[in-house]
Design a binder for this molecule. Sequence first.
Ligand code: ZN
Length: 307
Amino acid sequence: MSKTHIPGLHHVTAISGPPQPNVDFYTGVLQQRLVKKTVNFDDPGTYHLYYGDYAGTPGTILTFFPFADAGPGRAGPGMASAYAYAVPAGEFDGWMERLAEQAIDFDGPTERFGHRVITVRDPDGAPVELVETDRVTDDPLDGFHSVTLWLRDLAPTAKLLTDVMGYEDRGSETVDGVERLRLAAPGDAKGTVVDLMRSDAPSIGRPGAGTIHHVAFRAEDNDTQLAWQEAVQTAGHSVTPVIDRQYFNAIYFREPGGVLFEIATDPPGFATDEPVETMGQSLMLPAKYEGMRDRIERVLPPLKGAA
Ligand code: ZN
C-alpha cells in the first residue's frame, strides 16, 4: 500500500446529448478508442460510453452518459468546467492543421503556464482543451493533461488537494481577471494537473449536456483506496462506501467547492470482461442486467462505427 499522494486522474465523466455524434467526435476527430460500451448502472436504459487509449489506461479515460433528450447545460462555480488532453511533443501544429482541414473551429492558441492551449467544442458544446506538452508517445494524444475546477473560493479545495491528496502548489496565473491556481500530483502519471479557476463573473452552472458530472482520481489498488477513504473522512468530508463499478471500485465525496470527486481503483480494468483487441465493440452488461439484455438492446439507440 502506497498512500503518499494520488498519482493523477483516473477518469472524467460528462453528460452528452445523443450518443452517435459523441462517438463520431471522440473516436473520429480526437482519435480516441471506444474502450467500453455499457449501460448506466443506475439507469440501464441509457448508455455509458468510455473512451481512452488502446488499452484503456487510467488517466486516458473520458466517459459519457448520453441522454437523447438532455437539455444543454452550462458550467459554473462549483463544477468542473473543462478537461484537457496532453498533446505529445511536436504534434501541436499538426493537431491545429488537422482540425482546420476538417473545418472544426477552435479557440486559440493561447498560452497557459508557458504552454500553448487550444479549445475545441464537442457536439454538445463542451470545451475540450488540447495542451502542448513535451511528452513523447506514438499515441495521437497522451491521455489527460488536466481538469479545471471552477470555484468561488480556491483555498478550501486547494487545502484538500495538497494536505490530504498529496498535490503540490505550482503557482498561479491571472488572465483577463480570471485567476488559475495550478496543483499537480508528484510523478509522471497521466493527468497529474488540477487547475482551480476563480472567476467573479456572475454565473450559475446548470448540469446538462456538455457539462462534467464528476472527476475521478486514481488509487493503485483496493487497499490504497480504503486508506484514501479513511484519510478523506478524517479530514471532515463525507465519503460513500466502496461501490463496484465493474471495471474499478469507486468511492465518492463532494469537495468543499461543490465538485463531485471520485477515487477509482486501477484494477480490474477494462479488459476484465472482454479481450483488449475487441474492447468497445459489443454491449457489455454487468451480471445483474444480463437477464434483461433483450429489453435493454431494444431501447438503446444503435451506434455505428464504434470499433
Ligand atoms: Zn466515475
